[in-house]
Design a protein around this ligand. Structure first.
Ligand code: Y12
Ligand code: CO
Length: 174
């Protein structure tokens, strides 16, 4: 399966992702293709909608102390439901669908996520730190929400200006 990252302002990023009902080879092929793409693009999290597939699927691979992302640390989350969200934290976030832009975003510090794995088994994960932030960021993608939507209106206007300029420069350098 050949996938590529959908980039802002592509309207597909605004689609709401739908519940996965079939835990079949098609789903496994999607998950298997998302993982190498995320690593190649230096990502630590990726939602299916970022490759144009509006299914409630996300993957995460938080780097370890050595900055490595071994496959055994890969977490595949299907049909997530977030609960017990509490505490506050701020982190400078980036997104593969909004290249070259990073901004401080407020999130919950702790959460619990109930989800299904690739075989449809129910799982529960309690998260804090970067994992909690990454889950919230990717969960937002499933609702059609981007981290730039959380900026103040003046910061958002600045972003739109800078991003447009970046896209124009990218186009002329081709
Ligand atoms: C904390 C904050 C955000 C997340 C969501 C997952 N975000 C990413 O995986 C972002 C990756 C990313 C990678 C980039 O590529 C390079 O650094 C080479 C990048 O830079 C460019 O596009 C130029 C931007 C974002 C989880 C946890
Ligand atoms: Co993102």
């Amino acid at each position: 399966m050949n996938l590529c990252i959908v980039e802002y302002p592509d309207k597909r990023l605004r689609n709401k992702s739908i519940k996965v009902e079939k835990f079949d080879s098609k789903l496994h092929n999607l998950l298997d293709a998302m993982y190498p793409l995320m690593l190649q693009t230096n990502g630590i999290g990726l939602a299916a909608i970022q490759v144009g597939v509006a299914l409630s699927v996300l993957i995460l691979n938080i780097p370890d102390e050595d900055g490595e992302q071994p496959k055994e640390n890969l977490i595949e989350i299907i049909n997530p439901v977030l609960t017990n969200q509490r505490g506050e934290t701020t982190y400078q976030e980036g997104c593969l669908s909004v290249p070259s832009f990073y901004e401080d975003i407020d999130r919950f510090e702790f959460l619990t996520v109930n989800y299904q794995d690739r075989d449809g088994n129910t799982q529960t994960l309690e998260a804090d730190g970067l994992l909690s932030i990454a889950i919230q960021h990717e969960y937002d993608h499933l609702q059609g929400v981007l981290f730039i939507d959380k900026l103040t209106s003046s910061r958002r206007r600045k972003f739109e200006k800078e991003y447009k300029k970046m896209l124009k420069e990218k186009k002329t350098s081709k």
